[in-house]
Design a protein around this ligand. Structure first.
Ligand code: ADP
Length: 483
C-alpha cells in the first residue's frame, strides 16, 4: 500500500488536452520488489495517442507565442513543485521501479534540475546577425521551436528521462506527447499533475500510457503533426523508430545502449577508483545506460584493485527500496535477472571466477546479489553486451594502447571512465575514447549543466547543457533585400 502526503499525485488516467481520460482499456502496474499490483492504469491506445497529438498540435501556436520569460516562469513553478513534492514523487517511483528511496529522491531532484536549467535557457534562445553578402542585403538568423515532440522513454529513470526531454521542449515553445514505459507510467502521470498545477496549458504536455509500445510508437513516428521524436531506450528500438521516421523526415534524438568501459591504470588512486567503480556499476542495481559494463584493470594492480572493490561490494545491502539502509533494489523483472544469469554463466564456463555474489537472492524473484567476476576476457558476453544488472566483470590489460583498443572494440559509444593520476595519459586516453562522455577520476558524470549523449550506435543528439535546446529548435535564415 502506497501512502502519500498528497494522494492526488497518484493518477491512473491518461492525460490528454488538459483532461484525465478513460478509454475502457487498462493495464496493471507492479511493484518489482513484491510483485503486487500498485495501480491499474488507463491504456490510451492509438486513438488516445492521436487525440493527444491533435491537442499538442492545437496548443503549439499559443505556447510558442509566449515569451521565453513567460515560459520560464511556468517551468520555475514546475521545478519548485517537484522539489516540494519530492518525497511523494520518490515514493511513487520506488513503488513502480524498485530503486532505493534515497536514490529515487535523487532522481526527482535531478529531473527537477533540468526543468530549472531549461526554464532559465528559455530566455536565451539567441539568433545571429550575419553581414550581408551584397550591399543592399542583411541576413538575420532566428531559432524557432520544431513543433510537436513525441517522446518515448524507458523504465529505469521514470521521472528524469521524461524531464530531460520535456524541459528543453517546453522551454523553447514545443508541445509534448509522452509515452512512458508501460512498466512505470505513474511517475509520468504525477509529473503531469504538477505541470497542470504549475500552469502548463491544456494540450502542451500530454501523457499516453499504453501497453502497445509498437503501435503507439508507429503512430508517433508516422503522424504528420509530430515534428520530432525523442527516444531513450535500446539501440534495437531506436533503429526501428529512426526507420519509421524516414517517411515523414522527422527529426530524431536517440539516447541508446551503452556498454561503458571503466579503465583503471596502475598509477590511479585505487581507493578512489574502487569508489568510482562501485557507484558507476552498482547505482540503480546496474540498470543505467552509463553503468560501467566492462572494468579494465592494468595487470600490476589487478589483484589489489579486485580486493578493494570486493570489500566495497560487500557493503552493499540488497532489499526492498522502501527499507532504510538498502542500497540495491530488485531488478525491474525476472527477465532482467535471467539476462544477468546468462552473462554470468557464459563467463564462468569460459573461465571467469566469482569473487563475490553470483546468485539470485532469496529475497524474491527479481533480486540478484551484487556480483564481482575476475579473470574475465574480452570475448565473453559480459564484456560485449550491456548486462544492465549488478554484475561487475574485471578484465586485465597490459598497455595503454591495449586498453584503448579494448574500450573502442564496441559498436556503442555512450560513456567511458578512466582513473589515472598522469595528466598526459588522461588527455591521451580521454581523447581517443570513442564515447560521447568521459568520466575522469569520477564515476558520476550526469548533470543538467553538461551535454549527455552518445556516438556510434549509442545515439544522436545531446540532452542537457547549453547544447540541449538545439535538438528542439529549427534555424531560420531571413534575408532582407532593398536596404
Ligand atoms: P529497455 O531495454 O530500456 O526497456 P526498450 O528499447 O525495449 O529498452 O524500451 C524503451 C521504451 O521503448 C519502452 O517504453 C518500451 O515500451 C518502448 N518500446 C519498445 N518497443 C517499441 C517499439 N517497437 N516502438 C516504440 N516504442 C517501443
Amino acid at each position: 500500500m502506497l501512502i502519500l502526503k498528497d494522494p492526488s499525485l497518484l493518477r491512473t488516467q491518461a492525460h490528454v488536452n488538459g483532461s484525465w481520460i478513460e478509454t475502457g482499456q487498462a493495464f496493471p502496474v507492479n511493484n518489482p520488489a513484491t510483485g503486487e499490483v500498485i495501480a491499474t492504469v488507463v491504456d490510451a491506445g492509438i486513438d488516445g495517442t492521436r487525440a493527444a497529438i491533435d491537442a499538442a498540435h492545437a496548443a503549439k501556436p499559443g505556447w510558442s507565442a509566449r515569451s521565453g520569460k513567460e515560459r520560464a516562469a511556468v517551468l520555475r513553478r514546475l521545478h519548485d513543485l517537484m522539489v516540494a513534492n519530492a518525497d511523494d514523487l520518490a515514493a511513487i517511483l520506488t513503488a513502480e521501479m524498485g530503486k532505493p528511496l534515497p536514490e529515487a529522491k535523487g532522481e526527482i531532484l535531478y529531473g527537477a534540475a533540468f526543468i530549472e536549467w531549461f526554464g532559465e535557457e528559455a530566455k536565451r534562445v539567441y539568433g545571429d546577425v550575419i553581414p550581408g553578402h551584397q550591399r543592399d542585403k542583411r541576413i538575420v538568423v532566428i531559432k524557432q521551436p520544431v513543433g510537436v515532440v513525441g517522446s518515448i522513454t524507458p523504465w529505469n529513470f521514470p521521472n528524469a528521462m521524461i524531464a530531460r526531454k520535456l524541459a528543453p521542449a517546453l522551454a523553447v515553445g514545443c508541445t509534448f506527447v509522452a509515452r512512458p514505459s508501460e512498466l512505470t507510467p505513474l511517475s509520468a502521470l504525477a509529473l503531469a499533475v504538477l505541470a497542470e498545477r504549475a500552469g502548463v496549458p491544456a494540450g502542451v504536455f500530454n501523457v499516453v500510457p499504453s501497453l502497445d509500445a509498437a503501435g503507439v510508437g508507429a503512430e508517433l513516428c508516422a503522424n504528420p503533426k509530430v515534428a520530432k521524436i525523442t527516444f531513450t531506450g535500446s539501440t534495437r528500438v531506436g533503429k526501428i523508430l529512426m526507420r519509421q521516421c524516414a517517411d515523414t523526415v522527422k527529426k530524431v534524438s536517440l539516447e541508446l545502449g551503452g556498454n561503458a568501459p571503466f579503465v583503471v591504470f596502475d598509477d590511479a588512486d585505487l581507493d578512489a577508483a574502487a569508489d568510482g567503480a562501485l557507484i558507476a556499476k552498482f547505482r540503480n542495481a546496474g540498470q543505467t545506460c552509463i553503468c560501467a559494463n566492462r572494468i579494465y584493470v592494468q595487470a600490476g594492480i589487478y589483484h589489489a584493485f579486485a580486493e578493494k572493490l570486493r570489500a566495497k561490494v560487500a557493503t552493499l545491502r540488497l532489499g526492498n527500496g522502501f527499507e532504510p539502509g538498502v542500497t540495491t533494489g530488485p531488478l525491474i523483472n525476472e527477465a532482467a535477472v535471467a539476462k544477468v544469469e546468462r552473462h554470468l554463466r557464459e563467463a564462468v564456463e569460459k573461465g571467469a571466477e566469482i569473487l563475490t555474489g553470483g546468485r539470485r537472492s532469496s529475497l524474491g524473484r527479481s533480486y540478484f546479489e551484487p556480483t564481482l567476476l575476475t579473470e574475465v576476457t574480452q570475448d565473453m558476453l559480459v564484456a560485449r553486451e550491456e548486462t544492465f544488472g549488478p554484475l561487475a566483470p574485471l578484465v586485465r590489460f597490459e598497455t595503454e594502447d591495449e586498453a584503448v583498443a579494448m574500450c573502442n572494440a564496441s559498436e556503442f559509444g555512450l560513456a567511458g571512465y578512466l582513473y589515472s593520476r598522469d595528466v598526459a595519459r588522461v588527455w591521451r586516453v580521454a581523447e581517443r575514447m570513442e564515447t560521447g562522455m568521459v568520466g575522469i577520476n569520477t564515476g558520476l558524470i550526469s548533470t543538467e549543466v553538461a551535454p549527455f549523449g552518445g556516438v556510434k550506435q549509442s545515439g544522436l543528439g545531446r540532452e542537457g547543457s547549453k547544447y540541449g535546446c538545439d535538438d528542439y529548435l529549427e534555424i531560420k535564415s531571413m534575408c532582407f533585400g532593398g536596404i
